[in-house]
Design a binder for this molecule. Structure first.
Ligand code: UD1
Ligand code: MG
Length: 452
């Protein structure tokens, strides 16, 4: 039986921010998401999160999880934080203590640690080249653990020790209670250090994966860890048949699917809830969020796609914006500076340049000319535009909604359409053109003189 305690009450002083440290964005999630998801993945009896600094903000954010929250009123140190969680710990369980600022720890590591631990109190250590900032592990001549010394309390010799405390501990509840009682803030920071539960003969699990223990205490560390996570995700997709032109420069959230033979060009962001089909080309500077992209789709440079469903063999962009509720049935073309919202375009329909299509249902094989606008908003309400199949809409046309256009309709360029159009009709609504003989040149000469 296991209880996991996540320590997340610290002030995060080194972040120099008004925001709680564990709510910093990290590779598409918040920092705290990583430790909570990890704790829950172990299927423990209970997960307790210790909050303190700006607790309300964090509490609100993590209310989506099935975890218990305890509040550490004053941040007196990591031992004090665990003390506040004690009353909630399931009796007779083992207690796994994690920190809210170590997002690279994984389930496999913790499972092995738990399985291999035999002592009442144990912790994970690892060896690193630059141990700066971490607690150092002191051992005797038989290599048994003596204690952990925080860097600020280290003498010069101790500072040279490369074995560091990961900040992950496992203990029985009974032993933990006894040990916590005796901890005194006898150190340079006058804090109650949890590291003091580790005494001569405590268990230690030395992990070879030192990279997993990077803790985030500063923005610089945040950026380092963030890079590692993005890279891990890129590698995952590379190993699943996706081409990633520059794995160090793509931003893939962790719950997305990408089909094989799809190519991801540099600086592409694919956010949560997206599914990309096979053999797609996703070009540079594209952002895709909560969208489904079918097979053989091309998304060109600088496009932004959210809450959309794109049918196969469609071409979108460059610089197109597909907003929530966009459905392209397939073989569509949405060109540059076209914005679509809450609209469906039937098979083969296209809008190649500079248009706004909102709250519209457009049939099959419709050609939408440059500068087309659905005037869907009257200042109070939004209205629908319905266009049939095989319609040709000339350039610079406005359809003032609510409006219906039948099948096989032709709409002349520059028309503002305010009345429904029946199938097979031609609609034009612009004033007749007059050509005045020679007047153009006369006018131009006059203005030129004035300018001089
Ligand atoms: C801690 C360890 C150090 C270890 C390192 C690994 C102690 C004294 N030191 O140092 O040996 O090498 O982690 O990353 O434990 N917290 C509370 N309440 C408090 C203070 C802290 O909940 O009163 C939480 C913080 O929010 C954080 C975690 O405990 O999630 C660790 O605290 P932090 O201040 O980051 O300790 P480190 O200096 O990193
Ligand atoms: Mg830390």
């Amino acid at each position: 039986m296991l209880t996991v305690v996540i320590l997340a009450a610290g002030k995060g002083t080194r972040m120099l921010s008004s925001k709680p440290k564990v709510l910093f964005d990290l590779a598409g999630k918040k920092m705290i998401d990583y430790s909570i998801n990890l704790a829950l993945s172990l299927k423990p009896k209970k997960v307790i999160v210790v909050l303190g600094d700006k607790a309300e903000e964090v509490e609100k954010y993590i209310s989506k999880y099935k975890v218990e929250i305890v509040i550490q009123k004053a941040q007196l140190g990591t031992a004090d934080a665990v003390k506040t969680a004690l009353p909630k710990i399931v009796a007779g369980s083992k207690v796994l203590i994690l920190a809210g600022d170590m997002p690279l720890i994984d389930k496999e590591l913790l499972t092995t640690f738990i399985k291999e631990t035999t002592k009442d109190v144990s912790f994970i250590s690892t060896k690193v080249e630059t141990p700066d900032g971490y607690g150092r592990v002191l051992r005797d001549s038989k290599l048994d653990v003596i204690s952990i010394v925080e860097e600020k309390d280290c003498n010069q010799n101790e500072k040279n020790i490369k074995e560091i405390n990961s900040g992950i501990y496992l203990s029985t509840v009974s032993k933990l209670k006894v040990l916590l009682k005796d901890i005194k803030p006898n150190n340079s920071q006058k804090e109650y250090y949890l590291t003091d539960i580790i005494t001569h003969g405590s268990g230690s699990f030395i992990s070879k994966d030192s990279d997993k223990f990077l803790g985030i205490n500063s923005r610089e560390q945040l950026s380092v860890v963030s890079k590692i996570i993005w890279m891990q995700r890129a590698k995952y997709h590379l190993n699943n048949g996706v081409d990633i032109v520059d794995p160090s420069n793509c931003y893939l959230d962790d719950d997305i699917v990408i089909g094989s033979d799809t190519v991801i060009f540099p600086n592409v962001t694919i956010k949560s809830g997206s599914k990309i089909g096979k053999s797609c080309m996703i070009y540079n500077n594209t952002v895709i969020e909560s969208s489904i992209i079918s097979d053989n789709v091309e998304i060109k440079y600088g496009s932004v796609i959210e809450g959309s469903n794109i049918g196969s063999k469609s071409i979108v962009g460059p610089m197109a914006r597909l907003r929530h509720g966009t459905v392209l049935k397939g073989l569509n073309k949405i060109g540059n500076f076209v914005e679509v919202k809450e609209s469906e375009l039937g098979l083969g329909s296209q809008a190649s340049h500079l248009s706004y299509i909102g709250d519209a249902t457009i049939g099959k094989d419709v050609n939408i000319g440059c500068g087309f606008i659905t005037c869907n908003y009257d200042g109070i309400d939004k209205h629908k535009t319905i266009v049939g199949n095989n319609v040709f809409i000339g350039s610079d046309v406005q359809l003032v909604a609510p409006i219906k256009v039948g099948n096989d309709v032709l709409i002349g360029a520059g028309s503002t359409i305010v009345k429904d159009i029946s199938s097979s009709d031609l609609a034009v609504s612009r004033s007749e053109q007059k050509n005045l003989k020679g007047s153009g040149l006369k006018y131009l000469l006059k203005t030129k003189k004035k300018k001089r």
